[in-house]
Ligand binder design. Structure first.
Ligand SMILES: [Zn+2]
Length: 572
């Protein structure tokens, strides 16, 4: 456990590392690092900024954190109630503080997360604020420095929280295209959706001593695998050993290290090339105007928990089933070229109504044996890297990409963490937001958190009628926010994870109807519906120039920021 930084007015504080009683002023002078044992206490964002930037140089970005409760989430407490408590407790408007500053007289834009604020969770307002900081960096042509501290997604905002991983990643993609340095500093702890996006898809990743980073948390991995975790699992030293961070830096050296990196970036920077993607354009219409009628939303929607059960039905068609029925001429391509071929992801060349394309999807199975062999459709880092390889190949060949998403989530295992699960997901999200070819994603069964999004940053996102798409499983959400696990059905309702809910929120563009009672009852009819829906959405994209496609794709995900969420809610 880590000590929290001492509060104002306390003279003494006890180190959580060695239990020494320390004089508070001495501890502060030592940057809240225990002089006895070296334990790095967690820092509040304002204190972190004080330590890193030149005195008086920080200018906060205009505060745009809107009051949002996009899905009106209630567990034992309402979300607005939790938000106000966090605001009162921290004196901050949100879980991140953003602005511009100089570090060693090098100008930069910064976003510093604060774990005290709802565990530094990634809500729409946080995503919006970090995106604005990145856009400011682009505008000023300066590097972006991110200091992360987060438990992951903010489940009270459901799939809109998940979308923030894409929103911020594409802002980072724009900086990459403009040749501007992005640096993330991982601090303790950095997990989940933050780890699997902007914490690891920056140019340089620094880990502060004592920081832990991973996609799945140690408790979840222990629970799922039933195994004890290796010594030092997910610590900074572990991350360095497994090639996942550039360096581990003790707190007292952090500022100096950033100065050196910013100086190098400034010296090496060639005359500014303007970004390929213009910043401000009117938001596109939520769905393709002419071709597709508004989604057919069932007049009497099924209960969300019932939908979860249908989405997980073992008879539900899998990606290989669809490749056999909805597509023609599938040629499977294997391997990530880095040492693995993940069975939970399948992909290759296929045809749809005679048109060549690349199809990539999660593969589950119908029997226990098949499910085990396919790791229940939970991709390893090798699976994500295979998907990435095929997406890039498609772009090079000028072929569109269709993804079929059906996963409980990314593989929560020790090996997956060793092999860089978070960074693999993050790289896919970033690359999809830059991919110069049409991408249509279909959530066919379970769309589970970052593992699903790694295949779903697309020009069009479709969803089968009884599929679900969620930032966390209802069981996981119930275990965290409700007194007992039995609350999964309530959590399923609160998360707004059904297709009609997500169409309403704009996360999904169109709903693919299923036969009564659901896809497993008539797989062939389902395949026909999927094929028609994909064609209807894909064909209009084929004539769009790649640069325009990429620009619109980014606008699509840019809409999920707080300001937009507020505007949408107001417009209803
Ligand atoms: Zn100590």
């Amino acid at each position: 456990m880590t000590a929290t930084a001492p509060r104002e007015g306390e003279l003494w504080s006890r180190c959580a590392g060695c239990a020494s009683l320390l004089y508070r002023k001495r501890l502060r002078r030592n940057l809240d690092v225990c002089p006895e044992c070296g334990e790095h206490a967690r820092l509040a964002a304002p204190e972190r900024l004080r330590q890193l930037v030149d005195p008086e140089s920080f200018t906060p970005l205009p505060d745009r954190a809107a009051e949002v409760d996009p899905i009106e989430f209630v567990d034992v407490l309402s979300y607005p109630h939790r938000l106000s408590a966090a605001r009162a407790g921290t004196g901050l408007a949100e879980a991140v503080v953003c602005g511009t500053a100089t570090i060693g007289r090098h100008p930069c834009a910064l976003a510093v997360m604060d774990f005290r604020f709802l565990g530094g969770s990634l809500g729409a307002a946080v995503g919006e604020l970090i995106t604005l900081a990145a856009e400011r960096a682009l505008e000023d042509a300066v590097p972006l420095v991110l200091v992360t501290a987060s438990g992951g997604a903010r489940m009270q905002e459901g799939a809109l929280s998940l979308m923030q991983m894409a929103t911020v990643s594409q802002a980072i993609a724009a900086l990459r295209e403009a040749g501007l340095l992005t640096v993330s500093v991982l601090t303790d702890p950095t997990y989940g959706g933050v780890a699997a996006s902007f914490a690891t898809n920056t140019d340089l990743v620094l880990a502060e001593s004592g920081a832990r980073m991973g996609f799945a948390g140690p408790r979840v991995i222990r629970q799922v695998t039933g195994r004890e975790l290796p010594e030092g699992f997910q610590t900074a030293a572990f991350l360095l050993r497994h090639g996942q961070v550039d360096m581990v830096v003790p707190r007292h050296a952090l500022r100096g290290r950033l100065v050196a990196l910013l100086a190098a970036a400034r010296a090496g920077r060639r005359p500014a090339s303007r970004p390929a993607v213009p910043r401000q354009e009117p938001a596109p219409a939520a769905r393709p105007a002419a071709l597709v009628a508004p989604p057919v939303v069932d007049a009497a929607p099924a209960d969300a928990w019932e939908t979860v059960r249908l989405a997980r039905h073992p008879g539900r068609p899998t990606t290989l089933d669809y490749l056999d029925t909805a597509f023609e001429g599938f040629v499977e391509l294997h391997g990530d070229r880095l040492g693995g071929d993940c069975p939970a992801v399948v992909g290759g060349l296929a045809r749809l109504d005679g048109r060549h394309l690349m199809v990539i999807g999660h593969q589950k199975g119908h029997t226990t044996g098949e499910l085990v062999a396919r790791n229940f459709g939970m991709a390893s880092p090798a699976g994500h890297r295979k998907a990435l390889r095929l997406m890039r190949l498609a772009a090079r060949l000028g072929l569109p990409v269709v993804t079929l998403v059906d996963t409980p989530g990314a593989d929560p295992g020790v090996a997956a963490e060793e092999q860089g699960q978070a960074a693999a997901i993050a790289e896919n999200i970033l690359s999809l937001s830059m991919l110069p070819t049409p991408v249509v994603a279909v959530i066919t069964g379970e769309g589970g958190s970052g593992g699903a999004l790694a295949l779903a940053v697309a020009d069009r996102v479709l969803m089968l009628q009884h599929a679900v798409y969620s930032v966390i499983s209802p069981e996981g959400c119930a275990a965290i926010l409700w007194p007992d696990r039995g609350a999964a059905p309530q959590a399923a309702r609160a998360l707004r994870l059904t297709a009609p809910d997500l169409c309403r929120l704009g996360v999904v563009d169109d709903l693919v109807p299923e036969p009564v009672p659901a896809a497993h009852h008539d797989p062939e009819a389902t395949a026909r519906a999927l094929r028609e829906a994909v064609l209807a959405h894909l064909l209009p994209l084929l004539d769009v120039p790649p640069a325009t496609l990429v620009r619109r794709r980014r606008q699509r995900f840019r809409r999920f920021g707080a300001a937009r969420a507020g505007a949408r809610a107001g417009a209803r």
